[in-house]
Design a protein. Structure first.
Length: 115
């Protein structure tokens, strides 16, 4: 069983920046893939960004060149750095991981983009 704990959600103005963190209960290097998803009320969870153990990255078109997923193996943390935030980025953001072919989710952290 793997626990994922997100943090860093906040209220931010349009055009602002924010960094989300995800702390896994196991070694980050043992996860075959880590992702960020987001969800708004009444909508399905939307994939945002992915990093694989091979070192490759992928992003949803809606966040490309604004959001960046990266990890710090020394701190055993996964991050989502978000720039130029827009009101449509408002959502609960979830950390997702795959460990030994099993999927795990965090509890989510709220990001609100509003003036």
């Amino acid at each position: 069983q793997v626990q994922l704990v997100e943090s860093g959600g906040d209220l931010v103005q349009p055009g602002g920046s924010l960094r989300l963190s995800c702390a896994p209960s196991t070694n980050l290097n043992s996860m075959s893939a880590m992702s960020w998803y987001r969800q708004t009320p009444g909508n399905q969870r939307e994939w945002v960004a992915l990093t694989r153990s091979s070192g490759t990255f992928s992003y949803a078109d809606s966040v490309k060149d604004r959001f960046f997923i990266y990890s710090d193996t020394m701190k055993n943390m996964l991050y989502l750095q978000m720039y130029n935030l827009k009101p449509e980025d408002t959502a609960i953001y979830y950390c997702h991981g795959i460990y030994l072919s099993e999927e795990y989710w965090g509890q989510g952290t709220q990001v609100t983009v509003s003036s």
